[in-house]
Every structure is written in structure tokens, then in C-alpha cells.
Design a protein. Structure first.
Length: 172
């Protein structure tokens, strides 16, 4: 490992809409570090929202940019990085995160996640062409990949503030 553990960037992973951006912003404030949201960086690069990137350029192009940006930011020190829910399915992304960063998996139950579907659907292309059974299947498939090798924090019945505090505490 190139970067000493205390200076490593922190990466937040987990399913869409689990609160990675909200919690990452809070952790960054608490630790006086800068926050990077990879989806936002991709949207800035393309000058359009994710849904339009998927429509105009396709998912493959989105994934390629996502991977490059994550590889770039993971090598930087002291950042708090939120990555999209699908990013960790790419082996190169997992490698970049695990080799250089401290990874926290934000875990939510299917029951609680389902309640958020209505507010997520417009901004999440992955949810738009799937029915609820297919989304549930994707949820559990990804849960399997997220939960390998890192600290898991349950977000069920906890506020973003409480979760951010847990992350900060666990670094001490
Ligand atoms: C995706 C999750 C989104 C975004 C894109 C694809 C996915 O990020 O990267 O819509 O495949 O799960 P969030 O996890 O921040 O919603």
C-alpha cells in the first residue's frame, strides 16, 4: 500500500439511495476533509444528469468514466468519496478501492429501502426499466458483492448524523 492508513481516502459503497452522498458530506465536514461524489463528477464532465448520460451515451460509456474517476480519486489522500451503487460491480473499481482506501459499506434492509423507491426512480436509470421483483433481485445480488472485505454499517433506523459519527469513531 502506497498511502499510510491514517491518510487513506474513505470510500462509501452501498445500494442506490442508501444515503452515501448525505453521509459522505457529513463525514467530510466532521473530519475537515474534502468530499467527492463520483456521480456528480461524471455529470459535470458530460454536462447532463445521469439519466440523460444513460440515454444519450449508454451505460457502457457511463461505467468507463465512473471507473477512471474512481481510480483517479482513490489514489489521492484524505478524501471522502461516494461511489454509485453499480460501480463496485466492476472488478477494477473494487481493486482500486481496496488497494488504496478505507471502505465502508452502508447496508439497508430491503423493507426499508423499498420505501425510498418513489423518490429515487426519476433520477436512477437502473430502476426505470425494472419491475419491483427485478429490483429486489438486483438488490440482493449486489448486497453479496458489497459485503465482502469491509466494515459494514447498518443504516436501518439511524439518522445520517449517527452513521457519520460511527464512521468517524471507528477511525480513532
Ligand atoms: C447506479 C447508481 C447511481 C448512479 C447510476 C447507476 C447503479 O448512483 O451511479 O444511476 O447502477 O446502482 P447512487 O448509488 O448514488 O444512486
Amino acid at each position: 500500500r502506497e498511502v499510510p492508513v491514517r491518510q487513506q481516502s474513505i470510500v462509501l459503497i452501498g445500494f442506490m439511495g442508501v444515503g452515501k452522498t448525505t453521509i459522505g458530506t457529513l463525514v467530510a465536514q466532521k473530519l475537515y476533509r474534502s468530499f467527492v461524489d463520483i456521480d456528480e463528477e461524471i455529470e459535470k464532465e458530460f454536462g447532463m444528469p445521469t439519466t440523460d448520460i444513460f440515454k444519450v451515451h449508454g451505460e457502457t460509456v457511463f461505467r468507463e468514466h465512473e471507473k477512471k474517476l474512481i481510480q483517479f480519486y482513490c489514489e489521492q489522500k484524505l478524501k471522502i468519496i461516494s461511489i454509485g451503487g453499480g460501480a463496485f460491480m466492476q472488478p477494477e473499481v473494487r481493486e482500486a478501492c481496496l488497494a488504496n482506501c478505507t471502505v465502508f459499506y452502508l447496508d439497508v434492509s430491503w423493507e426499508q429501502w423499498k420505501e425510498r423507491l418513489d423518490i429515487l426512480i426519476d433520477s436512477r436509470p437502473i430502476l426505470q426499466n425494472r419491475d419491483l421483483d427485478e429490483i429486489e433481485k438486483l438488490f440482493y445480488e449486489r448486497q453479496g458483492a458489497y459485503s465482502l472485505n469491509h466494515s459494514t454499517l447498518s443504516v436501518n433506523d439511524q439518522s445520517p448524523e449517527q452513521i457519520a459519527d460511527h464512521i468517524v469513531e471507528s477511525l480513532k
